[in-house]
Design a protein around this ligand. Structure first.
Ligand SMILES: Cc1cc2nc3c(=O)[nH]c(=O)nc-3n(C[C@H](O)[C@H](O)[C@H](O)COP(=O)(O)O)c2cc1C
Length: 201
């Protein structure tokens, strides 16, 4: 893995960013696996932790999964712009991503992924109540028969709620904290290629 230092070029930094995002996607222990995703909607700007489910460098996409009934999906259906924040404490690196998000629900892409989600993993999409609904007492929001034993039948309703949030990356900002002056760089997609610049940290 490349170590970024003062001699690194902008090209090397951009390549490092995508490598690390890919690494974060594949390594469940890596902090980039759990970015904060910010959206804008009726509750103003909201952030939440999500799982980075896929990274495609050539297509410039980042993907996460969600329940169609969540606030973030409502936000994105009106304002598709979303910001992702990644922080690697060990490397002292921060990656900030601006993107435009497409919601895939019950289309070919969503159906293909749904089939591959283990039965237990479908728990996040089969709540009888919409995520975010209010109660006077704690609820797990899982059907009783699913709690007993997840199967194809009791997880089937999840297909109505499951969606892929696929973000097309528009710009990236990289920051690395360093003892003798930090390093900060920005990248913007310009139709066919990445424009890049150094930024004052
Ligand atoms: C470690 C962790 C990972 C999470 N991953 C996801 C995820 O991939 N997708 C998701 O919709 N919510 C995920 N959540 C839950 C969200 O952070 C959030 O609480 C929930 O989606 C409701 O958010 P919203 O009401 O802003 O839409 C995760 C939470 C934690 C703590």
């Amino acid at each position: 893995m490349t170590v970024i230092n003062k001699q690194s070029s902008l090209e090397e930094i951009l390549s490092h960013v995508w490598n690390m995002l890919n690494h974060g996607n594949m390594d469940k222990q890596h902090p980039y696996r759990y970015p904060a995703l910010a959206t804008y909607g009726s509750e103003g700007i909201q952030q939440r932790t999500v799982v980075l489910r896929a990274v495609d460098t050539a297509q410039r996409t980042l993907t996460t999964y969600s329940d169609l009934r969540t606030q973030k999906v409502a936000d994105l259906s009106f304002h598709p712009q979303a910001s992702w924040l990644f922080y690697d404490q060990q490397a002292q690196e921060q990656i900030r991503v601006s993107s435009q998000v497409a919601i895939h629900h019950q289309d070919k892409q969503a159906m293909e992924i749904w089939q591959k989600i283990p039965l237990k993993g479908r728990a996040d999409y089969i709540g009888p109540h919409p995520p975010g609904a209010s109660f006077q007492h704690h609820i797990a929001n899982l059907p009783a028969d699913f709690m007993e034993e997840p199967n194809e039948e009791n997880t089937a309703p999840g297909i109505e709620h499951f969606c892929l949030l696929q973000a097309k990356v528009q710009s990236i900002e990289f920051l690395k904290l360093m003892k003798d002056g930090h390093l900060r760089a920005g990248f913007i997609w310009q139709q066919k290629s990445w424009g890049s610049r150094w930024i004052a940290p």
